[in-house]
Design a protein. Structure first.
Length: 316
């Protein structure tokens, strides 16, 4: 059982986003045209760590819409990620646990997405066990629907997408030379390609601010920017990092959840070693002025993954 390590960031208030009034008039006009009514209210979504526009818009007709937007000039990386998200959402099969892409605009230097509005809330923090279990069941449905991965998604294997992650341990060696079991952890991470291989879509960014919990018990997964092809259990381990940090006994869940109960312990340890090094390295990068909490959160994720790995390995 882990002890709680409170995240060092304000839950649900981590993003510094563009507001509706900041969008150029021609972008606001096209959004209102797609929505079918003038926008009378805009509720910016404070979760996440990117500065792109992401708001629930309320039309004069009372309908709600979820819209994302980014400037291809001023926010090149964000615009690219929104463009990729649109491509992936459009290719997801019917029934995948994700909001639907309704429309998109990709010209005039702006990428704008209209995504299905879902009346929902994010999981509460600290995590509650029923919401963890509901999210884990959603990942089971996701794996069932996206194994094998549709060719139209054109995704790369996890081993290719994360190929440089083991090298993060070179940074850890330089910055934390007295870390116990450093070489053993780095050795585990180096062998990640073999244990993460598979033919399932892996979202790779499963955490509370990317989950929508509806009143009827459904859980939907958002922000489809970085999916890859790999082992079906990887997203479940990523999901459990937050609950582990919040003090829940996630190893008990691993032993009974369908996607993880038959996975060798060494494989899970290998993946934890991989993500520990990555998050620690990223946590030491420069703090982006548009995302002031990103590095704190990444360091926290690295600390949680390391404590979990050390406990599983019996390291002092």
């Amino acid at each position: 059982m882990s002890t709680s390590q409170t995240p060092p960031v304000p839950v649900g208030r981590t993003a510094r986003r563009l507001e509706w009034a900041h969008l150029p008039p021609h972008v606001r006009t096209l959004v209102e045209r797609e929505c079918g009514a003038p926008v009378v209210d805009a509720i910016s979504q404070g979760g996440g760590f990117t500065p792109g526009f992401a708001s629930v818009l309320v039309g004069a007709d009372g309908r709600r819409h979820f819209v994302k937007a980014a400037s291809a000039k001023a926010q090149r990386a964000v615009a690219h990620s929104y463009r990729e998200e649109a491509r992936r959402l459009a290719a997801l099969p019917t029934g995948a646990p994700a909001p639907r892409l309704l429309w998109q605009h990709d010209r005039d230097d702006w990428v704008v997405l209209g995504i299905e509005y879902v009346d929902s809330s994010a999981p509460r923090r600290p995590w509650r066990l029923p919401e963890v279990e509901a999210s884990a069941r959603m990942l089971e449905r996701l794996a069932e629907a996206l194994t094998p991965v549709p060719a139209s998604l054109s995704l790369d294997p996890v081993a290719d997408e994360l190929a440089d992650w083991p090298r993060a341990w070179d940074h850890v060696r330089a910055t934390r030379p007295d870390l116990p079991h450093l070489d053993e952890a780095a050795g585990l991470a180096a062998g990640f390609a073999a244990v993460t291989a598979g033919d399932t879509l892996v979202h790779t960014d499963v955490r509370d601010d990317n989950l929508l919990l509806t009143a009827d018990g459904r859980v939907l997964l958002c922000d489809w920017n970085w999916p890859a092809v790999g082992a079906a259990w990887l997203d479940t381990v990523l999901l459990l990092l937050g609950p582990r940090g919040d003090g829940l006994d996630v190893d008990a869940l691993l032993t009974r959840l369908p996607l993880t109960r038959d996975v060798p312990a060494e494989s899970i340890d290998t993946f934890l070693a991989l993500v520990t090094g990555y998050f620690w390295r990223q946590g030491d990068e420069r703090v982006p002025p548009t995302s002031p909490y990103l590095r704190d959160f990444q360091r926290w994720q690295g600390d949680v993954a390391w404590a979990w790995l050390a406990e599983r390995r019996g390291w002092a």
